[in-house]
Design a protein around this ligand. Structure first.
Ligand SMILES: Nc1ncnc2c1ncn2[C@@H]1O[C@H](COP(=O)(O)OP(=O)(O)OP(=O)(O)O)[C@@H](O)[C@H]1O
Ligand SMILES: [Mg+2]
Length: 615
């Protein structure tokens, strides 16, 4: 099964704490400084009350219980006490409200930034990064960081404030008793962090295995047919058993760690309490300590435990969230491989804020001039590649798989740029104009067309956002899509499903043709666009394509040669070089590579047809 997406957590090493990374996250968080400052203020308010309560109790015990207070000061005390309780209630309400706002705003801002980045990044990024990974960064990674940066951070701040406050009050009131409480701090801190990181790691493992199990389930169901035909049942079952076994093991381990940790913390607390009672009790007996103060210290000693545990948990959480933070930051810092120069941006605007009014019209003369290209340096794909195409010509590219056909058209689309050399459009290096300008004038139909969730009409309209319904229908008729569209439940308003899932690949292809047609681009690129349409449909749209491409510079890549015989020029590509160049008749006469390819395919198709007739 494919676990690549689910295992994306493995991508980064999370062992050491990366300060510079968290600095970057804090910088992002600091954009919400108004909310942060409000939150910290509230936080201090909460912490002050938390510290003050035991002191109030001490006062009550010393003055009212042990005796020297007056009746009227009791009333004042009760008013003060109730006031504190109400004040704390309001604080805590505000605290939750503001922390929640920070979480939401922070996540929202990061998502906007990622979305913006994704628009700017060039095709190369999508080529090398699986969708699932980008999705995971957008959703779970961002949520994870936002949660930590709001709630956990607040807990940390609250915890530290309470601890500092309690420490100060204790030291002022009675430093000897204070030391007895403080002595357990380092021990508790060490134990807490030791346990917390292990507990969280196990829980994270459980979550990961859980998502693998879900994946395994859904693969088992959706791949049932393939499983049966490949007789993989036993394999799948075994894999499932392994996964659930590992989940059980991890869950039990986490529970066990928790079970040891809790009594340890409580035990330590009890030891510190015993120390206070032993020493403090003795002092009370010899009258060198007030009873209220002793009570206050017993309260403080237990109040110390909670923040300490919170802090330990948070440190563990931060460490585990580091992987998420790294993934988000690395995406935000990803530089697009193809970008416009500053001068070009000044003139034509950016991708997100273009100035289409000044885009020059494209005639369609194209020239590759001494172009060099590779994806990785050890493996040159194009070396000194030259090609001159006159406006309005249809160029077919043929050649065996991996020969570089798609690479050539991807370079023309500026999905990749030449490493050396130039590509000229109408005599001008395309890097002197903007990417937006080029893409505005390109019609690109791919082998696996992508439709967006929505209606058929919407999907055709993506080609030209201000198209009228009439234009849409005309475009659909043009590519012979009208008929099947009208047969659908709601005609042009039929829902195509997510990714066009409710249509066949051929139907999706026709829609994507209509989408390209309505745009009326100057340059057309069809990369294996007809390969998933059956021979009959292909013949129907063949005619449409020919009309469509007439007068426009177009590049057509097709394995099925019958679709390109009428091209003005056929280029046979081999290892990134043009080895034959001419129209169909000329190449057939040459009796070279194209001739062999064509006659082979022709014979195959012929025998295919004969076989069908036999049936
Ligand atoms: N994104 C990429 N990263 C690295 N190498 C790549 C990438 N895309 C293509 N290649 C390599 O470049 C070479 C040319 O690939 P290209 O896709 O241009 O071939 P093609 O002629 O279109 O093949 P096909 O007929 O199978 O579509 C191949 O060796 C391929 O492995
Ligand atoms: Mg290709």
């Amino acid at each position: 099964m494919s676990t690549a997406n689910l295992n994306h957590e493995e991508e980064f090493n999370t062992d050491s704490f990366d300060i510079s990374l968290w600095k970057k996250i804090f910088k992002l968080l600091w954009e919400h400084k108004r909310l942060l400052i409000i939150l910290f203020t509230i936080n201090i308010g909460v912490a002050v009350v938390d510290v003050a309560f035991p002191y109030l109790n001490k006062y009550a015990i010393d003055h009212f219980v042990m005796g020297s207070g007056k009746e009227d000061s009791v009333v004042l005390f009760i008013v003060l006490f109730v006031g504190f309780v109400v004040w704390q209630g309001i604080n805590i309400f505000a605290f939750f409200h503001v922390a929640g706002s920070i979480e939401m705003n922070f996540a929202y801002e990061i998502r906007m930034k990622i979305m913006r980045k994704l628009q700017e990044l060039s095709y190369a990024y999508y080529d090398k990064t699986p969708n699932g990974r980008i999705m995971a960064r957008m959703t779970s990674d961002v949520n994870h960081i936002a949660e930590i940066m709001s709630w956990s951070l607040m807990d940390l701040f609250w915890g530290s404030t309470v601890m500092i406050g309690v420490t100060i009050v204790m030291l002022i009131v009675n430093w000897k008793l204070a030391l007895i409480v403080l002595v357990i701090v380092p021990i508790l801190a060490y134990i807490s962090s030791w346990f917390q990181i292990r507990i969280l790691k196990n829980y994270r493992e459980v979550r990961k295995v859980n998502s693998l199990i879900t994946g395994s389930f859904s693969e088992g169901i959706s791949g049932a047919k393939t499983t049966k035909t490949l007789v993989l049942e036993q394999n799948n079952y075994q894999e499932f058993i392994n996964l659930t076994g590992s989940m059980r093991h991890r869950s039990i381990k986490a529970a066990l760690l928790n079970a040891i940790f809790m009594p340890l913390v409580l035990g330590l607390g009890a030891v510190s309490l015993a120390g206070i009672l032993w020493y403090g009790g003795h002092q009370v007996l010899i009258k060198s300590l007030e009873f209220g103060t002793l009570m206050m210290f017993t309260q403080y000693s237990s109040q110390f435990l909670e923040p300490l545990r919170q802090i330990a948990r948070l440190m563990a959480e931060l460490q585990l969230a580091q992987a998420s933070a790294e993934r988000v930051i690395s995406l935000l810092e990803e530089e697009p491989k193809v970008y416009d120069s500053d001068e070009v941006i000044a003139k034509y605007g950016t991708i997100l804020d273009p100035k289409p009014a000044i885009y020059e019209k494209i005639n369609g003369n194209i020239e590759f001039k001494h172009v060099y290209f590779h994806y990785n340096p050890q493996e040159p794909i194009l070396t000194d590649f030259n090609l001159k195409v006159k406006a309005g010509q249809t160029i077919a590219l043929v050649g065996e798989t991996g020969s570089g056909k798609s690479t050539i058209v991807n370079m023309l689309c500026r999905f990749y740029e030449p490493i050396k050399g130039k590509i000229l459009i109408d005599g001008i290096d395309y890097r002197q104009r903007s990417i937006g300008w080029l893409h505005e004038n390109l019609g690109y139909v791919l082998q696996s067309p992508h439709l967006f969730a929505g209606t058929i009409k919407d999907n055709i309209r993506y080609g030209k956002l201000d198209a009228t319904d009439e234009e849409i229908i005309a475009a659909a008729k043009y590519v012979n899509a009208h008929e099947f569209i009208m047969k659908m439940e709601n005609g042009y308003d039929s829902d195509v499903g997510e990714g066009g899932g409710r249509l066949s690949t051929g139907e999706k292809q026709l829609i994507s043709f209509a989408r390209a047609v309505i745009r009326q681009p100057a340059i057309f690129i069809l990369d294996e666009a007809t390969s998933s349409i059956d021979t009959e449909t292909e013949q129907i749209i063949q005619h449409a394509i020919e009309t469509l491409l007439k007068g426009k510079t177009s590049f057509v890549i097709a394995h099925r040669l019958s679709t390109i015989v009428s091209a003005d020029r056929i280029l046979v590509i081999r290892k990134g070089k043009v080895i034959e160049d001419g129209d169909h008749d000329a190449l057939m006469q040459r009796k070279g590579y194209y001739y062999r390819l064509y006659t082979n395919q022709f014979n195959e198709e012929l025998s295919d047809r004969l076989l069908k007739i036999d049936k």
